[in-house]
Design a protein around this ligand. Structure first.
Ligand SMILES: [Ca+2]
Ligand SMILES: [Ca+2]
Ligand SMILES: [Ca+2]
Ligand SMILES: [Ca+2]
Length: 327
């Protein structure tokens, strides 16, 4: 959500989103996750300690992870931790790749520093020990989000690093969400603070080509997209609010599987908190279209993306943050 709109249109668009979100129904489109290696799909691989399905699918609808300022207050806040939740998926996945493959969440062993044990105050889940891969190291409700002050687990710490909701500048909370430049800076700072700056490359790319996304994923990069929501029937405005997701799998012929921190279409049953177990994922699959309504922003898009119940909005991939290991 990094684009500034005039305040008038901003208010209208926010109202539309929030009213529309309130119309969310159970008309979920259940899609199955492809797992075959031979059908053209490529998924980030699974690691037993602890990304047992592949990329995690942590959920942004936890605690009070909302923007509450101004117009958002009227409707109880807007869930907007999509950026730190998506970034957590990627760092956790790389951490799992490098931890002892015979280890388990709760073993108390933490050898690779990209995701550390952040000392969640609640009982280790699972036990017996507090651990980097405990589910409550993703988030523990005993540390409430207080704009970055106080105890924090993985997603909240990343929100602080990425200045989500301008939490680093409490007197200057201009905009909800996470700006692309703060996301990039936060990701780089996190890697540097882990002592791993020689091992990872971070790319921030506006208008990323689909072929680039395919190539990077097939080389096991972590890929985040910012999808600009697009309403083709809009009377007053067509696009509003970007939403960050992470890419779990891809088909070069033009489909994508998302770890979406807001939606869970392939696997709709578990609660958001259950997604703190990296074994619980919903890889939501969407066909792509290559005649973009906004060729200045993206050459490809997802026509039937965001489920508002009454209709689906398109998703325009206007920005990508790509994290690659330097072999
Ligand atoms: Ca561990
Ligand atoms: Ca670790
Ligand atoms: Ca917490
Ligand atoms: Ca999801």
């Amino acid at each position: 959500m990094g684009r500034k709109l005039s305040s008038y249109w901003f208010v209208i668009s926010v109202l539309f989103v929030l009213l529309s979100v309130s119309f969310l129904t159970s008309s979920s489109v259940v899609k199955t996750t492809e797992t075959s290696d031979n059908d053209g799909w490529y998924y980030l691989p699974a690691y037993p300690n602890y990304s047992p399905q592949g990329l995690p699918d942590f959920d942004q609808k936890q605690d009070n992870w909302k923007a509450h300022k101004g117009i958002y207050r009227l409707i109880g806040g807007l869930w907007n931790f999509c950026a730190p939740s998506s970034l957590a998926n990627i760092f956790w996945w790389f951490d799992s790749k490098h931890e002892d493959l015979h280890g388990l969440p709760g073993d108390g062993l933490d050898s690779y520093p990209l995701v550390r044990d952040l000392n969640a105050p609640g009982p280790p889940t699972p036990g017996p020990n507090t651990d980097d891969h405990n589910f409550n190291n993703v988030n523990d409700l005993q540390t409430r989000w207080r704009l970055g002050r106080g105890g924090k687990e993985l997603i909240e710490t990343l929100a602080w690093y990425c200045n989500t909701n301008f939490c680093q500048f409490p007197l200057l909370r201009l905009s909800a969400g996470t700006w692309a430049k703060y996301l990039e800076q936060g990701a780089k700072q996190w890697i540097q603070d882990a002592g791993l700056e020689e091992h990872y490359r971070v790319e921030a790319i506006w208008k990323p080509e689909f072929s680039l996304i395919v190539d990077r994923l097939q080389h096991n990069s972590g890929v985040m997209l910012n999808l600009l929501l697009y309403n083709s029937n809009a009377i007053f405005f067509e696009t509003f609010l970007g939403h960050y997701v992470a890419v779990a799998g891809i088909h070069p012929n033009g489909s994508i599987a998302l770890s979406d921190p807001f939606q869970n279409e392939a696997n709709p049953t578990p609660t958001p908190r259950e997604h703190n177990d990296a074994n619980v994922v919903s890889y939501d699959i969407y066909p792509l279209n290559f005649s973009s309504p906004f060729p200045d922003k993206a050459s490809w898009w997802i026509p039937e993306y965001f489920d508002f119940g009454i209709k689906r909005l398109g998703g325009i991939p206007q920005f990508a943050l790509i994290i690659s290991e330097i072999e």
